[in-house]
Design a protein around this ligand. Structure first.
Ligand SMILES: *Cc1c(COP(=O)(O)O)cnc(C)c1O
Length: 425
């Protein structure tokens, strides 16, 4: 996987791009994304019917979803617009996974209409789904192991016991039983207990837990599951000293468990699915921003033309995102800065006390690992506009895959004094 300090562009390239598409913008590397997803598939090629349902929320751009579709990925959706995005790029039926929670009825209707795999988040949703749409022939449930599974402090999803998702173990068995009585013949099982997890063991443990459950479900209910979905949550090394999850180890360990628990008990073929978002596109996207101010008060501040509205993770979770000052890659790191945006919120900082080469106004900063949960989490607070998304394609051409918002977009949803805002750009 892409190490933190490898850029897929040079300062000169960005300067040229910037003439046409002003900063801030997000830029993605098609080659990196394709290689990365191919290596994920290669690692799990022993699984009959392995599939990664790309979690659309990580990078909800149809160009990106299409690239992933062409590599064999499906889409994991959790809202009506996400379902429509999947539909628009040509994903069909069971290539779409619908993993939602607290779901409005229109969303179930659309998911059923598309023939998506519906992953129910609660036992009460069986009746809800039946009332608002219909029970499909294939159904999946999201399992929440609660106290049966501990995760580390700081997990974004939280400890399973205090996470709002999924069914308890007891409910899970009841739910399969109800569905069986309703005539459902095909079943899946899903869980997601980790987020941005770098420990390979966590994913092996998850597979182990689901394989055990598959056995128990078979024994108690006579149901042979068609697939288990390990969820997403594979982390990426945001910090230079971190390492990516070793997927070869994960795959080998999961394979051993599969042979021991699934094959030996005649439960094969059991497909294995995942729904990773972050590890698929995260390392292959950067937020590019230009330095517009420097400020010397009690601390040294560098003001950039991007803000938390373009990348919320540092402000929201105190997340680390590596920063490269373009053209100064080999300059000594000798200055300590807070790198800030322009929101009237003091957490609008991309980095705090970051030691970097000396920065001047006009310098371009590349903020790393912004390819997932970056643009996607953007917002309009303080009247900030969402930035453009660019793609460096396989021929090294730069494609605009989403234009930047304009003031006109900002005003588009008001119905205030008629059309006078129409002249805005
Ligand atoms: C967020 C989410 C994912 C993707 O998580 P990543 O950390 O981007 O891999 C997958 N499945 C569900 C249900 C999610 O909520």
């Amino acid at each position: 996987m892409n190490k933190n300090n490898e850029l897929f562009f040079t300062k000169k390239e960005i300067e040229t791009i910037r003439e046409k598409y002003p900063t801030p913008f997000h830029i993605y590397d098609q080659k990196g994304i394709v290689q990365n997803v191919n290596s994920l598939y290669k690692n799990f090629s022993w699984v009959q019917g392995f599939k990664n349902y790309f979690a659309i929320k990580a990078c909800p751009n149809p160009y990106i979803i299409k690239i992933l579709k062409d590599q064999g990925c499906g889409a994991d959706c959790s809202s009506l617009p996400e379902l429509i995005l999947a539909e628009k790029v040509g994903l069909k039926g069971e290539e779409i996974m619908f993993t939602s929670n607290n779901t409005p009825k229109e969303e179930y209707k659309k998911a059923v209409e598309l023939g998506a795999i519906i992953n129910l988040d609660d036992i009460t949703h069986i009746k809800f789904l039946e009332d608002v749409a219909e029970i499909p022939s294939l159904i999946c449930f999201r399992y929440n192991p609660g106290p049966l599974r501990k995760t580390k402090e700081g997990n974004v999803i939280g400890n399973p016991e205090s996470a709002k998702y999924g069914l308890t173990k007891e409910q899970l068995f009841e739910a399969y039983e109800i569905m069986k009585d309703k005539g459902v013949k095909r079943f899946g099982l899903h869980t997601m207990v980790a987020s941005n997890e770098l420990d390979s063991n966590a994913f092996v443990e998850t597979a182990n837990m689901l394989f055990d459950l598959a056995l128990e479900i078979n024994k108690k209910l006579g149901i042979k599951l068609e697939f288990v979905n390990l969820g997403g949550g594979i982390g990426i090394p945001y910090k230079p000293e971190q390492n990516p999850v070793n997927l070869i180890i994960v795959s080998n360990e999961v394979k051993k468990l599969y042979e021991e628990k699934i094959q030996k008990n005649n439960l094969a073929p059991l497909k294995i699915f995942m729904e990773n978002g972050r590890m698929i596109t995260g390392p292959f996207g950067y937020l590019i921003t230009t330095v517009i101010h420097e400020k010397h008060i009690y601390k040294e501040y560098i003001g950039v033309d991007a803000s938390m509205a373009n990348l919320m993770r540092p402000g929201m979770y105190g997340a680390y995102h590596h920063i490269t000052v373009l053209g100064k890659e080999t300059a000594p790191n000798e200055n300590k800065y807070d790198i800030v945006g322009s929101l009237c919120e003091n957490n609008d900082k991309f980095a705090i006390d970051r030691v970097l080469p000396k920065i001047e106004i006009g310098d371009i900063l590349a903020i790393h690992n912004a390819g997932a949960h970056g643009y996607a989490m953007g917002f309009n607070y303080n009247g900030k506009l969402r930035s453009a998304e660019l793609l460096k394609d396989l021929d090294n051409n730069i494609k605009l895959i989403r234009r930047a918002e304009t003031t006109k977009d900002y005003f588009a949803t008001f119905n205030f004094e008629g059309s006078e805002y129409k002249n805005l750009v």
